[in-house]
Design a binder for this molecule. Sequence first.
Ligand code: CA
Length: 323
Amino acid sequence: MQTSPLTNQPPRPIVIAHRGACGYLPEHSFPAKAYAHAVGADYLEQDVVLTRDDVPVVFHDLILEEVTDVKTIYPSRRRADGHWYLIDFSYAELQELSLHDRIDPISGAPTWPQRFGEHLPLRIHSLAEELAFVRGLNRATGRHAGVYTEVKSPGWHRSEGKDLSPLVLGVLGDFGYRSASDDVWLQCFDAAELLRIRDSLGSRLRRVQLIGENDWQESTTDYEAIRSPQGLATVAGYADGIGPWIPQIATWRADHGAAHITPLVADAHAVGLAVHAYTLRTDQLPDHATGPDQVHAALFNVAKIDGLFSDFPDVTLRFLQNR
Ligand code: CA
């Protein structure tokens, strides 16, 4: 939990706009970031992957076809496995693509049918452009939002002959994000990479160990082990916080209204780790949950998390302001 030096507000959990306010506008587009800033999100998230010519760009997937029109613009550029990989395109080539809401790449059906849904020229941008965008919004509004940057799949980048982390740290440093007191969190699913970022690359930024499930194959990190009290003690040696997904903290049953709360948050707090959970979606609630504020109440009031990634940051902020 953090105090805000700018507003002197009492500490409250932080709200991280997941890929921008992507519940309203296509993820990682500038409009999604501007909207998130305007509704008061504390942090704007940026996932980062590398282009063929080594430009860190703000994009969630390793492949392009679920959130861009790549199939139409570059029909012949897919690999033998049927996917269009961002890493096969130069930054200039990516500028020809338009971002849209997430779709099923086979059927074209929207993943979340109630969302924006329009196809407009919204382009992919670099991490440097994103940080300039946030800096400009902070300056123009007088309200400071921090950044929350994810190094995506560093092991996969290495297998493609690329080293993502030093480039991400370099861009962050260019914009003044260099120390633990700067308003940035660096997140990664890969425990070995977080250690490397601290030790070999000498970064002093606050770090978050993201926690998935082992069968997602996000990295070689053992997420079962990490979630144990002993595992969390190890994480506390190289990170400032953890980022578990909601079902690792709270679950609901069809026949019972109250959430079951796991010991994860308490165990993390016991070793000094902040807990920033992902992801609140009002249009895709956890199994058997009946509304977003039921989820908010379980996470913030009962489990006592320190922050939440939200596709709908205004909804999450409203809960925190009214509780
Ligand atoms: Ca992310």
